[in-house]
Design a protein around this ligand. Sequence first.
Ligand code: PLP
Length: 410
Amino acid sequence: MSVNFIPLSVPNLQGNELNYVTEAITKEWVSTAGSYVVAFEENMAKYLNVSTAVACQSGTAGLHVALRLCDVKAGEAVIVPTLTFIAAVNPVKYLGAEPIFMDCDDSLCLDVEKLSCFCEQECQFDGNILTDKQTGRRIKAIVVVHVFGNLANMEHLMQVAEKYHLKVVEDATEALGSYYTSGTYCRRYAGTIGDFGVYSFNGNKIITTGGGGMIVARRQEDIAQAKHLTQQAKADEVRFEHDEIGYNYRMTNLQAALGVAQLEKLEDFILHKKQNYEYYQKAVNDIRGLRILGFEPEIRPNYWFYSLQIDADFPMDREEVMAYFQENKIQTRPIWGLIHEQKPYLGSRIYQIEKATWYWERILNIPCSSNLSKEDAERVVKVLAEVAKRKKDFYKMAKMDDCQLVQKEK
Ligand SMILES: *Cc1c(COP(=O)(O)O)cnc(C)c1O
């Protein structure tokens, strides 16, 4: 019997996407000046309960602009997590600055306790400027990532940032729709708490425009400046006068047409992802050695990605589980390699990284598309349940060739 392939995370374009894109093309407004760009910005701002949002070419571009507006300069430092996608960190380097890598906590987001200890013990603060004693670099900002739709501890993080006069950029690229349900930031969405918030509409995100991003900011002048920089810093539209070095980062009308249609579906997607998440969690947590990581208790997550934790008492390790899923035509992916261990960042400043390594060894992301059917989710669980019945090392032994087995016996 042949079975269908189950992808990890794919777009879901069953709403008004084709209508809106067709309209953009029919009216011949495909570039950066169309009405869908404005509509998408307005609809996003309304959804997020903020006054203004600025559409851009990608989440990475948005982060670049945000960090530039935090006045991060060459030779300075920015605090970043190591357990994330590399696009959260690269913009630091675009500006000639250096990252300082932090550990994660059990939410997989930046460990704010450790961040606080780092500022307290490893830095010097003169009442205005925070300096890393080891490197002598001035620290300007923190990039905090809301990993897989979970929320970082923003309450504590904002206190630390305020105490040490640091700017905060929320990388909310994975967390559009997540918000707090209690505390100081009750009902505030991911991305709307720090100085800047950035979203992504890459193909695997909860809503997609093919590629694209959105910037929000706490201060009105920052958001105006963000818009300015994404459009080549044009001071006079007619005479082409430019007052700064800007970027060609404005979103196109075609992308935005997709975005408007996708945003209409966001809450449906979240509901669907929640149902599959709850099914997975219930079914998988019954299997010894496996666990689906939870979301923080006092939030409404967007359930973007599901994290399967594979412990030592499960018959296969993470790599073996992934290979076995592949044999069964199910796409999974290990959590990202830690950024401080990636080639461009070897030798960067790190601080007490422990949990990130622990989770990196154990986490596998399993299919989570907003159009994943119940039957497909059941197939994923069935594969895991099959493996659970095996004896430990069964697969390792079967894979070893005779030669290795002989050597082992000796
Ligand atoms: C997707 C993602 C980005 C980058 O967004 P793009 O739109 O692909 O540039 C940045 N940070 C994190 C954590 C992401 O997951």
